[in-house]
Ligand binder design. Structure first.
Ligand code: SF4
Length: 243
């Protein structure tokens, strides 16, 4: 989901030209029409009704566990992460426990997930930072999260949106990119970066994290990367350009 081992992050640039309520975002939003926003809200409503239980697929019970699970999810599936984390979380219950350990001691628990040396180092250093600079609590500010090792904007958005209910951006994975384009919420040739900006401009801010989970739920259930059930599904028929 994210790049493992990102270390340097610049302070975000504020954007006074964005619509009210979105001026703290560190990027400019594309212009969208009121009709396009209404349509995005209709997609949100239809997906909400279809998938009322859609939520973050990573297993966690505290903000620091979600941060670790998100770091581990780079280049692998949430299901694989969920297989590895119970033993990891049991062996290291608190940020202090990771800080006290060496990356080598963390490695055996995450070895199955790829890039395990980088990921172990990122976990160790981010937890050490949390202990030393944030009193052992995961910070709930984007700028603070971005100072932690292994935490880029996507990881920070997952943590803020799911652990703290704060929406500072839209996490765009492969399902979200595909469905945004098929539902004509972003242009067909938009990059992942631009898809995020279109979604931020179109979807009500308090629903950004929820909408991510709804897209993923529809992507997994109906619109698979190869061969969706086009034309058989009511939501697809209503919103998709392919149906
Ligand atoms: S109609 Fe087909 S391509 Fe469109 S969202 Fe549904 S399954 Fe995906």
């Amino acid at each position: 989901m994210t790049s493992a081992g990102a270390t340097t992050n610049r302070p975000p640039v504020r954007t006074p030209d964005n619509p009210r309520g979105l001026r703290d975002l560190p990027f400019e939003l594309p212009e969208v029409t009121p009709a396009e926003k209404r349509r995005a809200r209709a997609v949100l409503k239809a997906l909400r009704e279809r998938y009322p239980d859609a939520k973050c697929a990573l297993t966690y019970s505290t903000p620091h566990e979600l941060l670790i699970a998100t770091i581990l999810s780079a280049q692998t599936t949430d299901a694989n992460v969920n297989k590895a984390t119970p033993a990891l979380f049991k062996a290291f219950p608190t940020p202090q426990d990771y800080a006290n350990a060496t990356p080598k001691q963390i490695e055996p628990y995450v070895k199955s997930l790829g890039f395990f040396r980088n990921k172990s180092l990122a976990i160790h250093e981010s937890m050490r930072d949390i202990v030393e600079r944030f009193d052992g609590e995961v910070p709930s500010e984007m700028d603070d999260l971005l100072t932690l090792r292994g935490v880029a904007r996507k990881t920070a958005n997952v943590v803020l949106g799911n652990a703290f209910g704060i929406n500072n951006g839209f996490v765009v994975d492969t399902h979200i990119e595909r469905l945004s384009k098929r539902f004509s919420l972003a242009p067909e040739d938009a990059t992942v970066t631009m898809v995020e900006r279109y979604l931020c401009a179109l979807v009500p801010r308090d629903a950004w994290a929820e909408m991510s989970h709804l897209f993923i739920a529809h992507g997994r259930a109906v619109c698979k990367a190869r061969g969706g059930t086009c034309a058989e599904d009511a939501i697809c028929r209503r919103f998709c350009s392919n149906a």
